[in-house]
Design a protein around this ligand. Structure first.
Ligand code: DSN
Length: 423
């Protein structure tokens, strides 16, 4: 039999690191827009004996024996995701959002082919053609951006670039853009040039599941997503598409891009689809958006500029120069983390500063909403951030604010204090 002792006995060093991060998670206010807190049920599935199984292939057609339970599990995850998103085809095997995108590119592109995507500097993603990523090295991405005044995607620019470059894929989706996407306009543009219309919904698929954001699945050919952001599941990726693309997509994921799927993560995905199909999750998704809107209004009232003037989703971008022309995103994020508010620096549209420094902060409300915060606390968080940054040279005030942050964080922890592994 395998060693049945608990991790504290087998490896106290790693156990201590888990306890340390659990304390950090339970005592900070978490605003990283791509993070959330998975339920114990999701984590139990991810930590289950399914970690032991190899299952290259797909349900009913594996390259290994002993897949009878795995087949049922993967099919259950697929069926749940199809029902949740109105999908015709679903692939739950990509290990991450980046690999879901890679699977799609492998399925439909040859090296050097053109793709139209939102530039990383204006809210896109590494895998949308950044030169430091495989996507920018293998394929020719044509970036579109946002309008300088409205800071929203300019669909006229998207169309004119599509007509000029005739990409094989028109890609919509973002990691730092706070407005709804015009799926109908993207669809029309893709149709005009005979391109595939792909949506990277990694950030907002949880809002789609909770009916708090329009569903791109009916209009797009292919939608990629992650399961660990607003969807609040395990770390992982997925692809939803029209049935007709299924054969190529299956091959694009396995064997083109991955070997054996991580079955234990697929178990966690199945649990999260179940959780996301409930009325409780729909209230949760609506609250994420309400909290982000309340926060955007609170920052605006306090004189902090919110990019594009607000938000339709779970995230907002703040322009630090509205607090002080010399304040950078890096300085602001570092200070706030030291005070107990964890978020990330982020470039804002037409940012004159480099990506490691930036002029902005990105804030997401999925995590604090899981912790039970509502609009009143969202406003309080905006107030604490604003006062901390305005008083960043005043140690006495910062000390007092750190205390307020700690009190608020500990009143809304993600996990109970007696959660297994807690110090
Ligand atoms: N890096 C993630 C994010 O923070 O948005 C996306 O991959």
């Amino acid at each position: 039999m395998t060693d049945m002792r608990p991790i504290e006995e087998v490896d106290s060093e790693v156990a201590g690191l888990i306890r340390g991060d659990l304390t950090r998670q339970n005592t900070h206010i978490h605003l990283i827009a791509s993070e959330n807190f998975a339920s114990p049920a999701v984590m139990e599935a991810c930590g289950s004996i399914f970690t032991n199984k190899y299952a290259e292939g797909y349900p009913g057609r594996r390259y290994y024996e002993g897949c009878e339970w795995v087949d049922r599990l993967e099919q259950l995850a697929i069926d749940r995701a199809k029902a949740l998103f109105d999908g015709e085809y679903v692939n739950v095997q990509p290990h991450s959002g980046a690999q879901a995108n890679m699977g799609v590119y492998f399925a439909f592109l040859e090296p050097g082919d053109k793709v139209l995507g939102l530039s990383l500097a204006e809210g896109g993603h590494l895998t949308h053609g950044s030169p430091v990523n495989f996507s920018g090295r293998f394929y020719r991405f044509i970036p579109y951006g946002v309008d300088r005044a409205s800071e929203r995607i300019d669909m006229n620019e998207v169309r004119s670039k599509a007509l000029e470059h005739r990409p094989k894929i028109v890609l919509a989706g973002y990691s730092a853009y706070s407005r709804h996407l015009d799926y109908q306009a993207f669809r029309s543009i893709a149709d005009e040039i005979g391109a595939l219309f792909m949506v990277d919904a990694a950030h907002f698929i949880g809002l789609v599941a909770g009916k708090a954001s329009p569903n791109p699945v009916p209009l797009a050919d292919i939608v990629t997503a992650t399961t660990h952001k607003a969807l609040r599941g395990p770390r992982g990726g997925m692809i939803i598409a029209k049935e007709g693309y299924g054969k190529e997509l299956n091959k694009g994921v396995f064997p083109d891009m991955q070997g054996g799927p991580i079955i234990s993560q697929i178990a966690g995905k199945a649990v999260c689809y179940q959780e996301a199909s409930t009325a409780g999750f729909r209230s949760y998704a609506a609250q994420i958006v309400a909290n982000a809107s309340a926060m955007a209004a609170a920052f605006t009232e306090r004189g902090v500029r919110v990019v594009s003037g607000g938000t339709d989703n779970h995230l907002l971008l703040l322009d630090m120069r509205s607090i002080d022309p010399d304040l950078t995103g890096k300085e602001a994020a570092t200070l706030l983390d030291s005070m107990g508010i964890t978020l990330n620096r982020n470039g804002i549209p037409y940012d004159p500063r480099p990506p490691y420094i930036t002029s902005g902060l990105r804030i997401g409300t999925s995590g604090i909403t899981t912790c039970g915060m509502k609009e009143a606390q969202a406003v309080q968080v905006a107030d604490l951030i604003t006062r901390s940054l305005r008083h960043r040279a005043d140690d006495e005030t910062l000390k007092r604010l750190s205390g307020e942050i700690s009190d608020l964080a500990q009143a809304f922890p993600p996990y109970p204090p007696d959660f297994p592994g807690h110090a």
